[in-house]
Ligand binder design. Structure first.
Ligand SMILES: *Cc1c(COP(=O)(O)O)cnc(C)c1O
Length: 733
């Protein structure tokens, strides 16, 4: 507590005699850097950038590092050169206001029941900003967007995750196009993290008993606007050397590493909250990784209130919300009885249940000794409210887990859906934001969940929208050129190759973006099944097409790596040289540039394997048009005139036949719809019909697929019900 009183007092005293001493200015910048609120406020991002633009880029846009390498005097000098003081003061004031004005939020009005008993949101990864490498991809970005939106809405929520000091890997392609993985150490002092202080005034450390000894984890705190994010870290004195590295990397390779990470996240996470004096009213398990958590909550209830296991289980299940993200059976974590007993044995003793009973909780057929313990199964059994992440994924999940409720027909399987959404301030480019300010009115951001606001887009000046889009497209091309040059230099490519990067791509050509994890079901190669036809299509001199690819393959996914290699090497094929580029190291930064600047965002998953997908929603906000298989979110978003569909949403039982058909459909969509529409220009050179489609896309999709809407749905359909107490039965959303 002493820390919180010392900090502000220091500043106020100084303010009395002078506003702008270097130290005051510096302190304000530090305050800004220490709350990730800055990351979704372009004016604050630009402020940090303007302090040292070259370094800013070099250090991965990390303000903590930027400030550490600068004295207060240097900062003040730079601030006066660039006239930054006013901007610093304003940003600082806005942050203070944001943090103090919690009573005026939507959450304060609508989430009264939660009050002092917040939602505890568990996730194995959080993608908040590229400078905080504790995410690998879509799941993490979704969690990050969820907590940012909860912060904005003022929903009482605390988040729990793991701190990975090496994060996910950095991707580098060698001269042959083959992916290599690099792991960098991230130092705690370079991140906006502080020790999480417990009720005893010390940094919280939790200990978890296993049959094989004690596992320790210390707890860090990161501020994401109004939401505290607690991160558990096993690099603690007292752990053996192997365990100290347990949380170094996301999704550690072996099953034993995996179950230990999940033990720390779930069981350790619940213990951490208790040590912090936080008593959650609702537990939200985002994907199965954290599904051990309810077991520890049950233990607490039994110990504190003398409930039996069954009583405590029933009560805790009512307060638990579970979200599943995986429509592929193999994608769910499963462990055998040996690993379960080793890691949960001591907890099981306290729960007074037998090994067979515990295993039964993770099995579809509790008595089936051949069945492993599945994290999704325990997640479903332990939650009053369970949901998939798109309408189509809801159907798939109900079918997939129907045998858990054999007495019910499929429609009555208690798995509903809440479609994912994206955090608008994070993904919306500043120039588009300004355009919306002009067209939708100044306070549109507070009311963005209201579909009516977006109707004003129909009055938008097409020329202005097109100009804004082209400004963003040209920013994207600058970024791509810079990256290509850097990649070439690193690989020691010939000078002319590096030189050519400066002018790569054509700002007037139809530009298609494709970036995602290189899992085979995502079919990045669907383009190339008809290579000759495709080459002819994109090389029409009147109507050229170019493609920008990015994405990582899992280190163990050899087919994924071969796919990357194939695409990267197309640059040596005369028909594709200069028309297809691959940007290394897909992350939030690369994603932001791509979704903000492309004309078309392409998605070609093998239906129905894409649970939702969110990158296409980011493109919508910025005026990009989706061209996608009718899978995931697009199956419910596409209305015939707000983008393009590849195929008709059917699939064959044989993947090979599905793939062949979809490749045909893709060529048809490009040849008959996308390319002609883009190049259909009026006398002013404007593609009127294309722009109309951009407007239709924004108007019909922006509010529906925002994280704002998503979190409101979670509050209304899950959190409030879970916090409200008992009901006789699990029910569908
Ligand atoms: C948005 C995002 C994703 C998820 O997008 P998908 O559509 O699910 O592929 C993955 N990685 C990054 C870096 C993102 O920004």
């Amino acid at each position: 507590m002493s820390q919180t009183t010392v900090g502000p007092r220091k500043v106020t005293e100084r303010q009395n005699w002078t506003e702008a001493t270097p130290e005051v200015l510096y302190d304000k910048c530090v305050t800004l850097a220490n709350n990730l609120w800055w990351s979704w406020h372009p004016e604050v991002v630009n402020l940090f950038r303007d302090l040292d633009p070259i370094k800013w880029r070099k250090i991965d846009h990390n303000p903590v590092v930027l400030l550490a390498e600068m004295t207060a005097e240097q900062l003040a000098e730079r601030a006066s050169e660039m006239v930054l003081s006013t901007r610093i003061n304003q940003a600082h004031r806005r942050l203070k206001e944001y943090l103090s004005k919690t009573r005026e939020t939507w959450g304060a009005r609508e989430t009264g029941v939660l009050g002092s008993k917040p939602v505890a949101y568990f996730s194995a990864e959080f993608g908040i900003h590229e400078s905080v490498p504790i995410y690998s991809g879509g799941l993490g970005v979704l969690s990050g967007d969820h907590i940012k939106a909860a912060s904005g809405l003022g929903v009482p929520l605390v988040a729990v995750g793991l701190f990975y000091d090496q994060g996910y890997f950095e991707q580098q392609l060698d001269i042959n196009g083959y992916q290599h993985e690099e792991y960098q150490d991230t130092h705690v002092q370079n991140l906006p993290m502080e020790p999480a202080i417990g009720v005893d005034g010390k940094q919280v450390t939790v200990s978890i008993n296993t049959r094989d000894g004690v596992l320790l984890a210390k707890v860090w705190l990161m501020h994401v606007g109004r939401v505290p994010l607690y991160l558990l870290d096993c690099d603690v004195d007292g752990n053996n050397p192997q365990d100290r590295e347990l949380t170094s990397r996301l999704y550690g390779g072996h099953l034993r590493t995996r179950i230990r990470q999940e033990l720390v996240l779930g069981v350790g996470g619940v213990k951490a909250l208790r040590a912090l004096g936080i008593a959650p009213g609702v537990y939200h398990l985002n994907e199965g990784h954290s599904a051990f958590a309810p077991l520890e909550v049950v233990r607490e209830r039994m110990a504190d209130d003398g409930l039996t296991f069954d009583e405590a289980l029933r009560e805790i299940a009512h307060r638990t919300v579970f979200t599943t993200h995986t429509p592929v059976p193999a994608g769910h974590d499963r462990f055998d009885a040996g690993l379960i007993e080793e890691h949960l044995g001591p907890l099981r003793d306290k729960l007074s249940i037998s090994p067979a009973q515990l295993m039964g909780l993770g099995r579809v057929e509790p008595q089936n000794e051949h069945e492993q313990f599945c994290m999704t199964v325990i997640g479903l059994k332990f939650s009053r409210r369970a949901n998939a992440v798109s309408s189509l994924h809801g159907h798939i999940s109900r079918r997939m887990w129907a045998h858990l409720w054999p007495w019910r027909v499929e429609e009555e399987i208690p798995i509903g859906h809440i479609t994912n959404g994206v955090h608008v301030p994070t993904w919306l480019a500043h120039p588009m934001h300004q355009l919306y300010d002009r067209v939708l009115g100044g306070n549109w951001a507070q009311r963005m969940g209201d579909a009516k606001i977006w109707q004003n887009m129909y009055h938008c000046d097409p020329g202005e929208l097109w100009e804004t889009h082209n400004e963003l497209k040209s920013r994207l091309l600058d970024f791509v050129r810079r990256r290509l040059g850097r990649q070439g230099r690193r690989r020691q490519e010939p000078d002319e190759v590096v030189e050519a990067a400066r002018t790569a791509l054509d700002p007037n050509a139809l530009t298609i973006g494709f970036a995602r994890r290189f899992a085979t079901y995502k079919r990045a190669d669907l383009f190339f099944r008809q290579l000759d036809e495709f080459a002819t299509l994109i090389n029409d001199p009147q109507r050229p097409v170019q493609l920008i690819f990015a994405g990582k393959a899992h280190p163990a996914d050899e087919p994924g790596k071969q796919l990357i290699k194939k695409i990267e090497n197309l640059r040596h094929d005369r028909r594709f040289a200069g028309r297809i580029v691959f940007i290394e190291d897909y992350d939030i930064n690369v994603a932001r540039h791509l979704v903000q600047g492309v004309d078309v965002w392409m998605n070609t998953p093998r239906r129905p394997k894409e649970a939702s997908g969110t990158s296409g929603m980011k493109a919508v906000l910025n005026g990009g048009l989706n061209c996608s298989i009718l899978d995931g979110w697009w199956a419910e978003a596409y209305n015939g005139k707000n983008g393009f569909a590849i195929g008709n949403g059917s699939q064959h039982v044989h993947d090979e036949i599905t793939d062949q058909r979809d490749a045909q459909y893709l060529m048809q969509a490009l040849r008959d719809q996308v390319i002609p529409l883009f190049y259909d220009r009026d006398v002013d050179g404007l593609p009127r019909h294309w722009i109309a489609m951009m407007i239709e896309s924004i108007t019909t999709l922006a509010s529906r697929f925002s994280a704002h809407r998503m979190v409101i749905d979670y509050v209304r359909k899950c959190y409030l019900v879970a916090a409200g107490g008992l009901s006789s039965e699990m029910d569908r959303l």
